[in-house]
Design a protein around this ligand. Structure first.
Ligand code: SF4
Length: 173
C-alpha cells in the first residue's frame, strides 16, 4: 500500500470526500440483511456510492476497508462493499490480533485497533512494568488515567496475583 503524503490523512484522498455521508448508508442495508435482497431493493440507487468507491484510489479504498473492520463499523458502504456484505469479514476481524499494530501502540504510535487488539495491548502493558504509560496511552488515544483504569479492570478480571500485577494504583493520574 502506498504511504500517504506526509501530513495527510488517508481519507484526504478519498473519492467520497465532501459527499453527503448519507449517500453511503443505503436504506434497508444492515449487518443482518441479505445483500442480494438489498441490491435488488435498492437497484440503481446504489450506483452513485458504488461508483465513488470504484474510482477511489486503491490504497485509500484498502485503508477504508481495514479501518471499518477495525472499528467494527456495522453500517454503510465501505470500499464498495455493503454493510450486509461485510458481516462475515467483520466477524472474523473481531478476533484477529495484528502483532505489528499492537506493538506499534505499545511504542506510542497511534493505530486504530479492534477490541481484541486493545485487550492485547492492555494485557501486555499490565504484565510489563518497563513499558511507558504515556506512550501506551498516546498510542491508544486515551487519557493516562483511563489507561490505568483499564489495567486495574484487567488485573481484576484476570485475578492476577498481587506480586505479578503491575502497581496500577500507585502511578495513576
Ligand atoms: S472506498 Fe468508498 S467509502 Fe471508502 S473512502 Fe473510497 S469512496 Fe469513500
Amino acid at each position: 500500500m502506498a504511504a500517504p503524503e506526509s501530513g495527510k490523512h488517508w481519507a484526504d484522498n478519498a473519492r467520497c470526500s465532501g459527499q453527503d455521508p448519507e449517500l453511503f448508508i443505503p436504506l434497508s442495508d444492515g449487518p443482518r440483511e441479505d445483500p442480494d435482497e438489498v441490491r435488488q431493493l435498492q437497484g440503481i440507487a446504489l450506483n452513485r456510492p458504488l461508483n465513488f468507491c470504484a474510482s477511489c484510489p486503491l490504497a485509500v479504498a484498502a485503508q477504508c476497508l481495514v479501518e471499518s473492520l477495525r472499528l467494527d463499523d456495522e453500517y454503510g458502504i465501505r470500499a464498495g462493499l455493503l454493510a450486509s456484505e461485510r458481516s462475515a469479514l467483520r466477524d472474523s476481524w473481531k478476533h484477529r490480533i495484528d502483532a505489528e499494530a499492537v506493538s506499534a501502540v505499545l511504542r506510542g504510535v497511534p493505530v486504530v485497533l479492534n477490541e481484541a487488539e486493545r485487550g492485547e495491548v492492555i494485557s501486555r502493558f499490565a504484565a510489563d512494568p518497563a513499558l511507558n504509560a504515556d506512550h501506551v496511552a498516546w498510542g491508544l488515544g486515551i487519557p493516562r488515567k483511563y489507561l490505568w483504569q483499564l489495567v486495574r479492570e484487567h488485573n481484576q478480571s484476570s485475578a492476577l496475583a498481587p506480586s505479578t500485577a503491575i502497581a496500577s494504583g500507585a502511578d495513576a493520574g
